[in-house]
Ligand binder design. Structure first.
Ligand code: BGC
Length: 403
């Protein structure tokens, strides 16, 4: 059977984020959002990974992972503007030790959608000094963890955050303002640039990036292809490449951290600059349990477009939620094979992390989407899903069979 061996030292593993798995985070804007009844679900104990990280990492080790991405909860580390919490910093140090002693490379995200309440009450990312507040947190924690972490991700998916929080208004602070979205974008850009400098100043030989959500935007080819081309082009330009180009020019990406899930078919729609998504049945692609198109070809296309940056790439999120177990395996294999195709064409992919290690709190969708390699029921029992054993074989052998 033909097979492909990945470059030696390839990162295999999975990702999580603090709010989605830790549990009992009650000092941030998402918690407030839930308490105010703005969302139908509460995160509560999540998967209780704050207590059970050791058990989770043992499972990751058993599954052959050699790297793991997780995020630090800013609101634990800096519960008040003028206070850093030593105990919580020590907690994260223990989390990292637990990974290191298992030979699992920690990849640490500093901001994954949640903000401390004090920062939120100061106007959150609209505050003109927001990037300075963020920089103070980064300065403190990157010094405290200096020498322990090689791979840092400053901010997860800034545009997804801005779109949901300041444009669609479905995440805190529930704004629907283009002007504010623009200000937040400006501040988050500054925040990344400052964090990039600080982490390099406080650490030796580290690699810093920002996790960028990328998707393919194809004009719907059914009706009015010519017109549909315009919003698809604009989405691609703005949502995929504007930030990447900006940070690349500023030399503030040591590698590309890519989150890829799906593609959109885009349709022209009167007054809407970015058009509308088209879900018509004439697109013959399968959709997952959340209605997202499953397109490994788009993953390949996206990877190919990243070649021009000539930077190492780590896939920091790729995954799905499915009704039927065998569809996870199909998703996993087809996406890894797309990655293989890209690597063969010279795209420098150096790692692949599945989203997510465990089933978790999926923001406004609650606990029903199941992205985990490991299932977590509401009694918080962990069960390894069948497709995780397929992934385990790939991780352990650093090789995929195909054909
Ligand atoms: C986010 C995760 C989320 C995942 C699946 C990504 O865009 O970074 O927090 O759970 O999508 O919805």
């Amino acid at each position: 059977m033909p097979s492909f061996s990945f470059p030696p030292g390839f990162f295999w593993g999975a990702s999580t984020s603090s709010y989605q798995v830790e549990g009992n985070n009650n000092n941030n804007d998402w918690f407030l959002w839930e308490v105010e009844g703005k969302v139908a679900f509460s995160c509560g104990r999540a998967a209780d990974s704050y207590q059970r990280f050791e058990e989770d990492f043992q499972l990751a080790k058993f599954l052959g992972h050699n790297s793991h991405r997780f995020s630090l909860e800013w609101s634990r580390i800096q519960p008040h503007e003028k206070e850093f919490n030593k105990k919580e910093i020590e907690h994260y140090r223990q989390v990292i030790y637990s990974l290191l002693e298992k030979d699992i490379q920690p990849i640490v995200t500093l901001h994954h959608f949640t903000n401390p309440l004090w920062f939120y009450q100061k106007g959150c990312w609209v505050n003109p000094y927001s990037s300075d507040y963020f920089a103070r947190y980064v300065e403190k924690i990157s010094r405290e963890l200096s020498g322990l972490v090689k791979y840092w991700i400053t901010i997860n998916e800034p545009l997804v955050y801005i779109y949901n929080s300041y444009f669609r208004g479905i995440w805190p602070p529930g704004e629907n303002s283009l002007r504010k979205a623009g200000e937040v974008l400006k501040n988050i850009k500054e925040a990344h640039l400052k964090a990039y400098q600080i982490i390099h100043k406080t650490n030796n030989k580290v690699f810093v990036s920002l996790a960028k959500h990328l998707r393919e935007f194809s004009p719907c080819h059914f009706l009015n292809f010519g017109q549909n081309f315009v919003p698809a082009f604009l989405r691609n330009k703005f949502f995929n490449f504007e930030l990447l180009n900006y940070f690349y020019k500023k030399k503030s990406l040591d590698f590309l951290a890519v989150n890829y899930y799906s593609k959109d078919f885009v349709r022209f729609s009167g007054g809407e600059l970015f058009g509308k998504n088209c879900y018509s049945s004439h697109h013959q692609l399968r959709r997952n349990s959340l209605g997202w198109y499953v397109s490994p070809d788009s993953f390949f296309n996206i990877l190919l477009r990243l070649k021009r940056f000539n930077l190492d790439i780590i896939i920091t999120e790729n995954g799905t939620s499915e009704e039927r177990p065998e569809l996870y395996e199909d998703f996993l294999r087809t996406h890894i094979l797309s990655m293989v195709k890209a690597i063969k064409l010279g795209v420098k992919v150096k790692g692949y992390l599945w989203w997510s290690l465990i089933d978790n709190f999926e923001w406004e969708r609650g606990f029903s989407p199941k992205f985990g390699l490991i299932g977590v029921d509401r009694n918080l029992n962990r069960t390894i899903k069948p497709f995780s054993y397929i992934y385990k074989n790939i991780c352990i052998n650093n090789l995929i069979n195909y054909g």
